[in-house]
Structures are given as structure tokens and as C-alpha cells.
Design a protein around this ligand. Structure first.
Ligand code: SF4
Length: 459
């Protein structure tokens, strides 16, 4: 077993028994559930909206090359610059080159999972460039030296008391400060950063092909300040975020907000189409979009799993997942956690090391049910498991066990030949480990099924 799996299993066990962790997550997810119930009421026909969103993403992912080129040419027409990055190293190199050219010492960042994916903060720090998270949740986890716990709500694992304590220790605010007081303190600390930062870095919720724009959705207004105050704006966006037309936002924005946070529409939705134009007073002088592959084309090549690229990162599948709710976001130790992380990470970062995530599921299907773009998440988990077996990535003992199982089960004669005692021995030898120490293995009767059947009918 690789060290990644061992760590995952060990931390999962600790978290599953951490009652305080469970209390906080249940509390925060129950508030979320309540809001989503109301948010979804805005749809007359939610199922139809989901089907349309699925079809739109199908069209765009099946023609990804064409739509990305359309985006590129439209964005460049307005003075924007597009950089294609095959992987994290290329993306970081390009970002550093822009920073060096501008002699940048400080950047402000708005929330971006693509930046997490390329470990941008750590990279900038190593290059002596200060990087400040401006989303409140991201700012809190940055102060704690942690990674985001959740793709939408990075500090979901913390209570308001935890955050008050953190701010008390770092900034001397009262230990019992209210959420409003804490937010005001963060705002006061961050405001001056926007005006003094050399570069603003963001992600992007959508890349819009026909208008050559990126769309950013947020609730705090920090992304607007990040992308407009500094002289340079760099957006790092995964290539799968593309949608064909600006008109599609009327469908995707409500789906994202309703499932993401339970709002009818998120507070700030910004469309950015290049740097400041000569007749405009606001905006950056230079704007770059880094189109990030970083394993996405590996996923694109898998016809059964490709639809995982339709994801709009609403986070709903995480909140719906019984495994996520028990083991928490940090346990996955990946940028994308929960069901969506389990299906994409083996393709983004390697099947061998991350195949275990596709087994971290009860296959209840709740994730697929809530997904606003109707991704068959639980089926993709099975396809990943199939691929892991096809690539001989399972242990020899497990493969041997299944081979014997299949041979026996396909023949009544062979099934009856082996006594219950041997079957139990076989199960205990080959399956006990994967079955888990907290579950009892099913026990075979000593007599075969045929024998039991016969004696039952004889009575
Ligand atoms: S897979 Fe679906 S539910 Fe999960 S984050 Fe993506 S869009 Fe949301």
C-alpha cells in the first residue's frame, strides 16, 4: 500500500471519531441545506435546467479545442493575453516571468482552486513575493497555514469561536468578537493591500467563448477589487471552464448560486473582457488568462469519465456525501476533495497513487442527484475502479482472490465442491483487510446452497 493510501486511511479513521469535527460540519452543512432548499425554489423546472446545463457542457467539452480557440481570439482582440500552460510548472514559470518584468513584490489573490492546484502561494513565497488571500475564508485558512477545507467554503471546518480566537491571537481583537466585528477587522487589514499590490490574481468560474471574457462569481466583492485595482491582472483558469456564449450565464449563474450557497444569485457576478480600454477609467493595464491543462486532457481522453469536466465547482456533491461529512475535506489531501475530487484526481494526478479515492464512497448516488450539471458521479467512481483493475494497480492478493471467486461462482459444481469452512478461510485470508476491521465479514454456511435448498424442499 502506498503512503498516500496509508495516510488517507489513518486520518479518515481519526476524523470519523472526532466528535467535535462532526458537530461543526453537521452544523455548517445543515445551515447550507436549509438555504439550498429555498434557493432551488427559483426554478420552475429544475430537472430541465440541469439537463440543459449538461447538454451545453457536453457540446463544449466535445468541441473543446474549437471553443478555446474562439475564446482566445476574442479575448486577444480586446488586448488580453492568453498563455497556455500544460502543467503547474509551466503556469508558475509564466506567472513568475510576468512578476519579474513588473518587479512585483506583492500580489492580492481572490479565491481560486486552480491556484491551489499549482501551489501558487508556496511558489510565490519561495520567490520572495508576498501573496495575500482576500476571500475571508481563504484568508482565515492562510492565517492558520492550512489548505482550503472545501472548494466553496474553505473554512467550513471552523466555528465562529475558532475564528474569534485566531483573530484574537493574531490581531488582538476581543476573544468574543462577533462575526461582523471579525469581518470588519479583516476588511480593514485587507483594504490597503488592494491599493498597494502590484498584481491581482484570480481564478475564473467561466470562460466565455463568444465574448472572449471570464466570469467571476463571489459574495464579498474582494475579487472585483483584486482584478481591478492592481495594474496587472492574471486569471488562472482550467480549460474545462469554457461555455459557448455569454447568454449561457443566465442558466449557469442561478444553478451555481442555488447549489453552491442557496442564493438566487450570488452577490457579485463580474464579467471581465480584457484590460482597461482607452475610453475606460478603471481596470488593469495588462490582463492575462492562463489556460491550465494540468491533467485535464488526460480526463478528456477517457470517454466514460470525460463528463467529470462538466463540473462547475458548486461544492454540492461534497455537502451531500456521507463520506465527506465523516472524514472532512483535509483528509483527501488533494486540491479537490469529496466526490468530484475522487473522480478527477486519479486522472489529474495519477491513477496509481489516487485510485483509493474512487473506493472512498458508499455509492449511495446522493452526489449525482444534487449535481446541477447532472454528472453521473457515482458511475464514474466505478469506471475509475475498473480502470485501476485493467491497469493492474490492485494488489496481487486482491486480484488472485477475485480470480478465484469468479472461477468458483461461475460454476455450480465448483461452488458446491468447496465447503463453507474453506470459503470462510478464503474470505478471511484475502478480503479481511479491504473489508475493514469494524465490519463483520459475511459467514458462509458449512453446507452448500444446493444442499440447503434440497433439504429445505425435502421437508
Ligand atoms: S460535480 Fe456537480 S455537484 Fe460536484 S462540485 Fe461539480 S458541479 Fe457541483
Amino acid at each position: 500500500m502506498s503512503s498516500t493510501v496509508n495516510t488517507f486511511l489513518k486520518v479518515s479513521e481519526q476524523k470519523a471519531f472526532d466528535v467535535e469535527h462532526r458537530r461543526k460540519i453537521n452544523f455548517n452543512i445543515s445551515k447550507y441545506d436549509h438555504s439550498v432548499e429555498k434557493g432551488l425554489l427559483q426554478f420552475d423546472n429544475l430537472e430541465l435546467a440541469r439537463k440543459r446545463a449538461h447538454a451545453t457542457k457536453w457540446k463544449v467539452i466535445e468541441n473543446l479545442d474549437r471553443y478555446l480557440l474562439e475564446f482566445e481570439s476574442n479575448f486577444m482582440r480586446k488586448g488580453g493575453k492568453v498563455i497556455w500552460a500544460n502543467n503547474a510548472t509551466e503556469a508558475r514559470k509564466e506567472i513568475l516571468a510576468i512578476m519579474k518584468k513588473a518587479n512585483a513584490k506583492m500580489v492580492v489573490k481572490s479565491k481560486s482552486m486552480a491556484c491551489e492546484e499549482i501551489e501558487l502561494n508556496e511558489f510565490l513565497e519561495k520567490n520572495k513575493i508576498e501573496s495575500i488571500e482576500t476571500d475571508l475564508g481563504e484568508y482565515i485558512v492562510q492565517l492558520l497555514g492550512q489548505k482550503p477545507y472545501h472548494i466553496v467554503t474553505p473554512a467550513m471546518h471552523l466555528s465562529k469561536e475558532d475564528i474569534a480566537k485566531l483573530f484574537h491571537e493574531k490581531f488582538g481583537t476581543p476573544i468574543d468578537a462577533t462575526p461582523t466585528e471579525l469581518t470588519l477587522k479583516a476588511r480593514e487589514l485587507l483594504r490597503e493591500k488592494y491599493t498597494s499590490a502590484d498584481v491581482g490574481i484570480s481564478g475564473g468560474n467561466f470562460l466565455i467563448a463568444d465574448s472572449g471574457s471570464i466570469a467571476i462569481t463571489e459574495n464579498e466583492g474582494n475579487a472585483r477589487l483584486t482584478t481591478t485595482f492592481p495594474k496587472i491582472h492574471i486569471a488562472i483558469v482550467g480549460i474545462e471552464k469554457i461555455i459557448p456564449s455569454i447568454k449561457d450565464l443566465e442558466m449557469f449563474w442561478p444553478l451555481l448560486s442555488a447549489r453552491g450557497t442557496g442564493q438566487n444569485v450570488t452577490v457579485y457576478n463580474t464579467i471581465l473582457s480584457g484590460p482597461k480600454q482607452s475610453n475606460e477609467s478603471d481596470g488593469p493595464e495588462e490582463m492575462y488568462v492562463i489556460l491550465l491543462d494540468n491533467g485535464r486532457t488526460n480526463l478528456l481522453a477517457q470517454k466514460d469519465q470525460r463528463q467529470a469536466l462538466y463540473c462547475i465547482r458548486c461544492g454540492a456533491c461534497l455537502n451531500a456525501c456521507p463520506v465527506y461529512k465523516n472524514i472532512g475535506g483535509h483528509t483527501y489531501d488533494t486540491t479537490y476533495s469529496g466526490p468530484i475530487g475522487s473522480i478527477i484526481t486519479p486522472h489529474l494526478k495519477g491513477m496509481e497513487e489516487f485510485k483509493h479515492l474512487s473506493y472512498a464512497s458508499s455509492l449511495c448516488g446522493n452526489c449525482s442527484e444534487v449535481c446541477p450539471v447532472k454528472i453521473d458521479i457515482h458511475k464514474i467512481l466505478l469506471y475509475n475502479r475498473r480502470d485501476a483493475v485493467d491497469q493492474n494497480l490492485n494488489s496481487k492478493a486482491e486480484s488472485f482472490g477475485w480470480m478465484m471467486w469468479k472461477k468458483t461462482m461461475l460454476s455450480r459444481k465448483r461452488t458446491d465442491m468447496v465447503s463453507g469452512k474453506w470459503k470462510n478461510y478464503f474470505m478471511n485470508t484475502f478480503f479481511k483487510g479491504s473489508w475493514g476491521k469494524r465490519r463483520e465479514l459475511p459467514e458462509f454456511k458449512i453446507d452448500s446452497f444446493s444442499k440447503l435448498w434440497k433439504s429445505k424442499n425435502a421437508k
